[in-house]
Design a protein around this ligand. Structure first.
Ligand code: UDP
Length: 325
């Protein structure tokens, strides 16, 4: 298949490109390289371009004639989105609308969208199903809800089919250490813990120990990036076969506390790094765990790497090979 992938040089996009490339698809990757990297694109052809450039987008798409589109390109830092909401709405919403507009003009009707558990905000009931009310608490989460809404309206208008995949806490790296997370700055727990083990930070802060959980720290559903990549392939196959638009959670359905993550990270790295228990980080829900029944039942998705130790091992292997400090 001819597949057009925006943001395919980024962390999750590059793992999906790898999986699609291994499956023999013909890929065109469109990325402005603002946070992605050329070296991360293991398959296909990379075009450096921005979704704000509708002319380039139209030219590229009318030449390539994709059977489907997977749209990763977005700004993804929650805290930054609070400081720069308009930048987030422009990049995540306006640019997605540009893309959808061009796809509509060219009659390209199969679309997989990168969404997030941040659309749920602070949910009252765990595990989170796709019916859980959408109450984003950051401009980042709100930008994803807005695009989901546009997709829903577009599919109601007829002829357009999409699946929005709502990612939980994505972590880990390619098992051969070829690609992984390489952001200049990261706020994510596993990456920060590994960088602390590596000596890049003097200590790791644990944000809050007074949450209503067994050890007082927040619980998250960590999913290996290669399992998430597989979910994209299966969702696309499902969409092409059935033409049924849908929204699906992507997580394992169980979680680990911050303290559990810290302990496993210490075990995997063999480094007893310093930890400091600090106050809560604003906006952190106590527990975020997916109900991923829909993804499993409709697409046949069966995770292969549902083991936190493996997730951290692959991330550690990758992290040690990185010279970005
Ligand atoms: N966290 C932490 N120390 C850090 C980074 C994160 O204690 O240096 C906590 C954070 O408060 C949250 C959990 O780890 O409860 C997961 O945070 P992350 O930023 O990885 O993902 P989020 O769930 O916020 O998207």
């Amino acid at each position: 298949m001819n597949l057009f992938i925006t943001g395919g040089a980024g962390y999750i996009g590059s793992h999906v490109v790898k999986a699609l490339g291994e499956a023999g698809h013909n890929l065109l990757i469109f990325d402005n390289l603002s946070t992605g990297h050329e070296w991360a694109v293991l398959y296909g052809t990379l075009i450096q371009g921005d979704l704000a450039d509708k002319k380039l987008l139209k030219e590229t798409l009318s030449n390539f004639k994709p059977d489907g589109v997977i749209h990763f390109a977005a700004s993804i830092q929650v805290e930054e989105s609070v400081r720069k909401p308009i930048a987030y709405y422009l990049n995540n919403v306006a640019n997605s609308l540009n893309l959808l507009d061009v796809l509509g003009e060219l009659g390209i009707n199969y679309f997989i969208y990168s969404s997030t558990a941040a659309v749920y905000g602070i949910p009252e009931v765990i595990p989170i199903t796709e019916q859980t009310p959408l109450n984003p608490i950051s401009p980042y989460g709100a930008s994803k809800v807005m695009v989901e809404k546009a997709l829903q309206d577009l599919s109601h208008a007829g002829g357009f089919n999409y699946i929005a995949l709502r990612y939980f806490n994505v972590a880990g790296a390619d098992f051969m250490g070829r690609i992984g997370q390489a952001y200049k700055e990261t706020t994510h727990l596993i990456t920060r813990a590994l960088k602390t083990a590596k000596g890049e930070f003097p200590k790791l802060a644990i944000y809050g120990t007074d949450y209503p959980t067994s050890d007082g720290t927040c619980i998250r559903d960590y999913i290996h990036v290669d399992d998430l990549a597989q979910a994209h392939i299966l969702a696309l196959e499902y969409l092409l076969e059935t033409g049924r638009s849908n929204v699906m959670n992507c997580g394992y359905g169980h979680g680990f506390s911050v303290k559990e993550v810290v302990n496993i990270t210490k075990k995997v790295t063999g480094v007893d790094f310093a930890v400091e228990e600090t106050g809560r980080r604003a906006g952190d829900p106590p527990v975020i765990v997916a109900d991923s029944k829909k993804l499993r039942e409709l697409t046949g998705w069966t995770p292969k790497h549902d083991e936190l130790e493996y997730i951290i091992q692959t991330a550690w292997c990758w992290e040690r090979s990185l010279n970005i400090s």
